[in-house]
Design a protein around this ligand. Structure first.
Ligand SMILES: [Fe+2]
Ligand SMILES: [Fe+2]
Length: 175
């Protein structure tokens, strides 16, 4: 079976530079959105089963890790006292969007697992709507983060603070 997960792998050496790793993760999430939208156009194609398996792993493991990484970053910015009102307001909205991600991730993954197992989707029409909406929301969210919180973090955080964040992210992936 073709390993369809590999195109989504990120060089773990990048974890030494946590902001660059988050940017690379955004590239991966954008690629996942592309694949998810291609998948809903062609669910009958056999290749789609392999696609779906890879997507479930990324949605339920890597995307949740990414969200947890960013929550650590937000806490660091706030606890260091370096987040001004503008950045604090941005973080509040991003946190709310992260919290809202869990429902769609769970619902989309559950349907993809049924599809991979050869079972009928519980609610295929809802899956199509959820997947399209999720992809659109993720693209908007990551673009905003790329333009705001990530470059601001590079400017505001010290080498020591970024090293601490790097350690948290490595520990998360060594579980
Ligand atoms: Fe985020
Ligand atoms: Fe992000």
């Amino acid at each position: 079976m073709t390993d369809t997960t590999s195109p989504f792998e990120i060089d773990t050496a990048l974890l030494d530079d946590p902001i660059s790793f988050m940017e690379a993760d955004h590239g991966r999430i954008a690629a996942v959105c592309d694949r998810l939208q291609a998948l809903i156009k062609d669910l009958r194609h056999q290749q789609s089963h392999e696609e779906a398996t890879a997507l479930v792993t990324i949605l339920t493991r890597d995307l949740l890790d990414h969200i947890a990484d960013e929550e650590d970053l937000f806490n660091l910015l706030e606890n260091s006292g370096k987040a001004d009102k503008k950045l604090t307001d941005i973080i509040r909205v991003l946190r709310a969007e992260h919290a809202a991600d869990h429902g769609p991730i769970s619902a989309i993954s559950a349907e993809l697992k049924r599809f991979v197992a050869g079972d009928d989707m519980h609610a295929p029409a809802k899956f199509f709507v959820n997947a399209a909406s999720f992809a659109e929301n993720q693209r908007r969210h990551l673009t905003w983060e790329n333009c705001t919180v990530l470059p601001m973090s590079r400017d505001l955080l010290s080498t020591e603070e970024l090293a601490g964040l790097s350690t948290q992210m490595k520990n998360r992936r060594n579980r």
